[in-house]
Design a protein around this ligand. Structure first.
Ligand SMILES: Nc1ncnc2c1ncn2[C@@H]1O[C@H](COP(=O)(O)OS(=O)(=O)O)[C@@H](OP(=O)(O)O)[C@H]1O
Length: 203
């Protein structure tokens, strides 16, 4: 990590940190004061989004439905499939709480980041002890993209939306499989709401 001068914040982003067993101990050894920010979304949608991303790179992979189950007849979910495993947030959080207190971790709602980006970024700025510089004045809803975009990108006077790999159309998934996944995640989601003191409204 680069050195941080007085008045600066150094940030580092890697999606896999949250689910990597060794990450909490390593970050703690580097700096125990580190603040941690995790964006979480409904684990069922997350799994479908994850699958959509893999499918875009490897169009020949099996269907979402077949990868979800160890045994489709018994309905046994394959928790070793990373798209399923990553969404068991309570389990991953347990791992972090062995090293960091909850007050050092902020969970950002992926759903609210879309429906109210300024509100969610307000929480981020407060958590980091920053003035609320980014407000709803910075965003507009782009009808074509179907997502909020920045009115002006940094160092430019033009609007900026995220790229084509963000906000892909998801394939239709068998509703019974979606329901089975909802049932699977429910207890883990409830535990996660309890641990964070925040109901993310996924059920
Ligand atoms: N403003 C805006 N524009 C576009 N997309 C947005 C936006 N805000 C949140 N999202 C959601 O971000 C999802 C992709 O983010 P990821 O963290 O999965 O991307 S990555 O893993 O770093 O590639 C992406 O997921 P998918 O819809 O499944 O593509 C989006 O739902």
């Amino acid at each position: 990590m680069p050195k941080t001068l007085e008045g600066q914040i150094t940030m580092e982003k890697t999606p896999s940190y949250f689910v990597t067993k060794e990450a909490p101990a390593r970050i703690y050894a580097m700096s125990r004061d580190t603040k941690l920010i995790v964006v979480v979304r409904d684990p069922v949608t997350r799994a479908i989004s994850d699958y959509t991303q893999t499918l875009s790179k490897k169009p020949d992979i099996p269907t979402f439905e077949s990868l979800t189950f160890k045994n489709r007849t018994t309905g046994l979910i394959d928790t070793s499939w990373s798209a399923v495993q990553i969404g068991i947030y309570a389990k991953h959080l347990d791992n972090w709480l062995q090293f960091f207190p909850m007050r050092q971790i902020l969970f950002v709602s992926g759903e609210r980041l879309i429906s109210d980006p300024a509100g969610e970024l307000g929480r981020v700025q407060d958590f980091l002890g920053l003035k609320r510089i980014i407000t709803d004045k910075h965003f507009y809803f782009n009808q074509t993209k179907g997502f909020p975009c920045l009115k002006k990108a940094e160092g430019s006077s033009k609007p900026h939306c995220l790229g084509k790999t963000k906000g892909r159309t998801h394939p239709n998934i068998d509703p019974e499989v979606v329901q089975r996944l909802r049932d699977f995640y429910r207890p883990f989601n409830m535990k996660f709401y309890q641990m964070t003191g925040h109901n993310f409204g996924w059920d």
